[in-house]
Design a protein around this ligand. Structure first.
Ligand SMILES: [Zn+2]
Length: 135
């Protein structure tokens, strides 16, 4: 068989992620991060076809798809690569956030949504999003 450079991952499935989020089986680190996120308005809903959210970190921002994906290093390493955790604390915070998020989904132009996501992916954080929120 031709070698196509396939990477074999040991990560957990998205169903495991959703099950532990449903169970709210959150450890101490999760609970501390959840408290921080919800008290300081760090979760922003962008909307769009995947219901994108952003976690505004102190140094970096992360793109989140609820119950599915977070762009942080912890989710990448622990969930997707090593399979040692089913979720990161950002997804846990989003799971319990309810209406304690800043929702821009009704006012955000689709082009701006893409620009914000690309800015987070390319530069680690979004100045455009901060300007929108803190203006
Ligand atoms: Zn995360």
């Amino acid at each position: 068989m031709e070698d196509i450079g396939c990477i074999i991952l040991n990560g957990v499935s998205v169903w495991d992620t959703r099950r532990t989020l449903d169970e709210k089986a959150f450890g101490k680190t999760d609970r501390v991060k959840i408290g921080e996120a919800l008290s300081s308005g760090r979760i922003i809903r962008l909307g769009g076809p995947q219901n994108f959210h952003v976690y505004l970190g102190v140094n970096e921002d992360y793109i989140m798809i609820p119950r599915t994906y977070c762009s942080c290093r912890g989710f990448y390493m622990n969930t997707l690569i090593e399979g040692t955790k089913t979720h990161c604390s950002h997804l846990a915070a989003l799971e319990v956030a309810g209406d304690r998020i800043i929702d821009l989904s009704e006012v955000l132009d689709p082009t701006l949504l893409v620009d914000i996501i690309l800015e987070v992916i390319n530069y680690g954080r979004s100045r455009m999003l901060r300007r929108l929120i803190y203006k």
